[in-house]
Structure formats: C-alpha cells, structure tokens
Design a protein around this ligand. Structure first.
Ligand code: ADP
Length: 505
C-alpha cells in the first residue's frame, strides 16, 4: 500500500470508524443505564399498586370496625351476633368484650382459642387500652394487633379496639379469609390484567392468594398493613419487562451492527476506489514517460541521420542505409501516433467502424506478408496454419490493427526463442484465431489487467521493453465493437497465447 493510501485509510478510520466505535460503546453502556432506569420506573409503579392495596385494606378494616361500634352503641353487644349485623364480614371469627364482665360471640361456633386467655389479654394491655381510648375520644377507632393463634390449619389474628365510649373489645380475624374473600376482589380490580400478584404468609411461606399467573421477573414486595405477617408481591407480566428489555437491547445491537457494517463496507469501497484512482494516476504518469521516450528515440534518430545527409558528406552506398533508417523510424513514429489517435478516438467513443464481409485468413496473410521482412530481420520465424476459411463481419482496418498489435507484442516480449504461430479455425458459430509466442509470458496475477488502459507489467525483462500500455486495451475495445472475445493463456517464462473469437454471421 502506498503511503498516501495508508494516510487516507488512517484518516478515514479516525474520522469515521472512531466516532462510530465511541458511539457504539456509549450506546452499549447506556443500554444498561436505561435498563436500570426502566426497572426503577417499574418498581415505583409496582410500589404504587402495593400502596393502593394497603390503602383499601385500611379502609375496609375501618369500615367493619365502625360497623361493630355502631351496632354496639345502637343495640348492645349481643345484637352483634344477629345475622347480617357485621354485614358481609365473614373473616371475623370471634369478638370479646371486657366490660362489665367478659362477653364473647363466636361467629364460627367452634373457634379454638387454645391457650389464649381473654382475661389476661385485656389486663396485659391496660396502657394500650388507655391510649386507644384517647384516640376514641377524638372519634378515631384505632386498631392494634396484640397477638395471634396459630394451629395447623388455622391462623387467627387478634386486634384490640375501643367501642362505645371506652369499652375495650377484642376482634378475632381469620387473615386468610379476610385476604381471600374481602381483599382479593379489590386486588384484582386494582391490579390490571398485565399485573401478577400473590399474597404470602411470611411465617409458613404459604401462598394464600394468587392471580392467574404467579409474579415473575421484576417483583416488588411489601407488607400487608392490616394483617401483619402477610406480604404482597406484584410484578408485571414476565414478557413485559424482561422481554421488553432484551428485545430492545437486541434490536439496538442489531441496528448498531448494521450501521457499523454499512460504514465498513462503504470504507472498503472508498479505499478500493482510491486505490484504483491512485493506480490510474500512476499508470497515466508512466504512460506520459513511456510515450515521451517512445517518440523521442525515433525523432532523435531521424534528425541525426537527416542532418548527416544534409551535410552532403555521406558516401553514396551509405545514403541508402540512412534513408532506410529514417523511413523505419518515421513509420515507428507513425505507428505510435496512430495508436494514440486510435486510443483517444475509442476513449471518446468516436471511433467509427466500417463493417463489411471480410475473409480474416486473407487479412492475416496480408499483414504477415508485410511484416515478414521485419520479422526475419529481427530473427523471428513463424508458422501460419490458416484453416478458418470463412467470412466474418468486420472492419478491415480494425482487424489489421488487432493483428499488428498482437504480432508487435509477440515480437517485443520474446527474448531467446523467437517463434510466432498464427493458427485459425472455425466451427459452426465462431471464427477462432490463436496468436502464440515463446516469449517471457505473463504471470497469473497480471493476466487480468493487461487489457486495461495504460497497464504495463512492471519489473523483470518486460520493464526494459518500450511500450505505451495502450496496445491491448485498443485490441480489447475493437473486439468489443465486433461482439468478439479475446482471452489469454500464458505461463511465465514459457510464452503466451492470445485467442480471438469472432461470431460468424
Ligand atoms: P505495451 O506493449 O505498449 O506495454 P500493451 O497494452 O500492448 O502495452 O500490453 C500490456 C502489457 O501486457 C505489456 O506491457 C506486457 O507486459 C504484457 N504483454 C502483452 N503482450 C505480451 C506477450 N505477447 N508476452 C508477454 N507479455 C505481454
């Protein structure tokens, strides 16, 4: 890679890839932050739900306590046992009053109090009773859980309240019934379909209530205020949080990868184009140097021999030789100029072809004939095996130009073994001509480039051979205009074979 290309690649990498890399890194890092933020938002939302459930639980509890208080004040303690006195509250199992004597109502008729002693429950809580009375004086019935009865299949929580003016009362509540029958409908109402809930007994770990699906993923938990020892857990549907986050993460990473891939592909294309551009500039510069050299040599010879002749001191027998050199160099000059003209015409799409039916074998014979002196003078032998025997639609001039270029090259690029073979044949569809030499050959990696404008194989023997790099590109263009194909088979050091394939009309 040339140093300017290296610099460009470096600049491109810094200017494009670095910001993309930084952006990607920031984006990946912020994904985590966003997820944490999202989780925080969800948790706050879930906290709100727990708060609402607790708020409702408190209201419900207050409602039943007020009902007890009202009924007691209106119709006396025993009326509390009337059916429907504590409307709808199936969770109240038992009530005990201390004044004047201990009175109880067993709603369940078989509530097992076990070792719980009602008397000592009142006497042990005198301070609390005083405090609750003070609350009652301000018309607020405060409830305080003072104990619980647990046996294998039952759990009863006992709350102390003040009813009437200052009558302490124990309310025995089955928290499971309270949660299942009274709280659950409200929980369902508050927690919409997208939320999973359950309530757990934190002592036994038993789930006493659960929505259709158990909470999973990000779960928020909190105590159920009116029933100590029970905990409510809420979560959004598993898919809603975890899947949402992972879907979002995946989508962002895929988008990012696509962007990075496009940028990389773009960079590869830019670098490729730059490389081509740099290569073209180099070949153009080489071309100018080559052409100047190609023109300068015959011009120098022509002017030198011309001046010598003009001085009139040349012997008669030498004169012919000088004229011959001048004529040979002039035709070399003419060839170069023609090649350049032809090339510029083709390059500007201005080359006009004069198609007609021609016999390619005949043209080959003519061209080789006119070249035979030149060939033998340079020490070349040749074989002509012309079995094409067919007419094709071609421009006579252009066809000759193709031949001349190939023969010229075969001569230029042959060193020790100077032998050229021209062999033609035809099948049903094509006229095929092979031009082979036993010259320096072309290595594989250069074979695909030799038909490009200005391209010349660098280094080795070829380096010293004069040329413009236009010949084969002209040939390729002419072949294209004839709807014909050209290909090459060559082995370095052994020789080359160019094959022309013309369609038969
Ligand atoms: P030029 O001969 O003026 O350099 P061409 O376009 O005719 O330009 O050829 C391009 C290159 O292909 C040459 O520089 C040479 O390296 C290689 N080449 C062409 N013909 C032959 C051949 N017969 N044998 C070996 N190399 C060849």
């Amino acid at each position: 890679m040339s140093s300017s290309l290296k610099n460009t690649v470096l600049i491109l990498t810094l200017a494009v890839l670095l910001p993309v890399a930084i952006f990607s890194a920031v984006e990946v890092a912020s994904l985590n932050e966003n997820e944490q933020m999202l989780e925080q938002v969800y948790r706050e939302q879930l906290d709100g739900i727990i708060f609402s459930v607790n708020q409702y639980a408190a209201d419900l509890f207050d409602f039943y306590i007020q009902q007890i208080d009202y009924q007691y004040q209106q119709e006396g303690f025993s009326s509390l046992s009337d059916p429907g006195a504590i409307k709808g509250n199936l969770a109240i199992e038992f009530i005990a009053l201390s004044t004047p004597a201990i009175q109880t109502i067993d709603f369940n008729e078989q509530t097992e109090l076990g070792s719980f002693n009602i008397d000592s429950a009142f006497s042990a809580n005198e301070l609390l009773i005083e405090r609750l009375i003070r609350y009652k004086e301000t018309d607020y019935i405060k409830q305080e859980v003072i104990g619980e009865i647990r046996n294998t299949n039952e759990n009863i929580q006992i709350s102390l309240i003040i009813i009437g003016k200052d009558t302490p009362c124990l309310v025995f509540i089955d928290p499971v019934a309270y949660i299942e029958d009274l709280l659950a409908p409200k929980i369902q109402q508050i927690t919409t379909q997208a939320i999973n809930t359950n309530v757990r007994d934190t002592i036994t770990n038993r789930i006493v209530y659960q929505s259709k699906v158990e909470p999973t993923g990000i779960i928020q938990s909190g105590p159920l205020n009116k029933t100590p020892g029970y905990e409510i857990n809420v979560s959004l549907y598993a898919q809603s949080v975890t899947d949402l986050i992972s879907y979002r993460t995946k989508r962002n990473l895929i988008t990012l990868s696509i962007v990075v891939f496009i940028i990389l592909a773009g960079m590869v294309l830019i670098i490729r184009n730059l490389r081509k551009e740099i290569q073209l500039n180099k070949t153009k510069a080489d071309f100018v140097a080559n052409v100047s050299h190609e023109i300068r040599t015959p011009l120098a010879l022509i002017s030198m021999f011309n001046e010598t002749l003009l001085m009139g001191r040349v012997k008669e027998d030498k004169k012919y030789e000088y004229y011959e050199i001048i004529s040979k160099e002039t035709s070399r000059l003419k060839n170069i100029v023609n090649k350049i003209l032809s090339f510029s015409q083709i390059d500007a799409n201005k080359k006009a072809y004069n198609f007609s039916k021609v016999s390619p074998d005949e043209i080959i014979k003519d061209v080789v004939n006119s070249y035979s002196y030149h060939l033998s003078e340079k020490g070349f032998t040749y074989d002509l095996n012309l079995n094409g025997n067919i007419e094709i639609n071609a421009d006579h001039e252009a066809f000759s130009e193709v031949l001349i270029n190939l023969i010229d090259n075969a001569m230029k690029y042959s060193k020790e073994e100077k032998h050229i073979v021209l062999e033609s044949k035809s099948d049903q569809t094509h006229y095929i001509l092979d031009v082979s030499d036993k010259g320096v050959g072309i290595d594989k990696k250069n074979q695909k480039n030799i038909f490009d404008k200005f391209f010349r194989v660098e280094g080795g023997n070829v380096h010293n051979t004069k040329g413009t790099g236009l010949g084969l590109s002209l040939v390729a263009e002419i072949m294209k205009a004839h709807n014909a194909e050209i290909s090459v088979e060559s082995t370095l050091g052994e020789g080359s074979q160019f094959t022309l394939k013309f369609p038969i009309i």
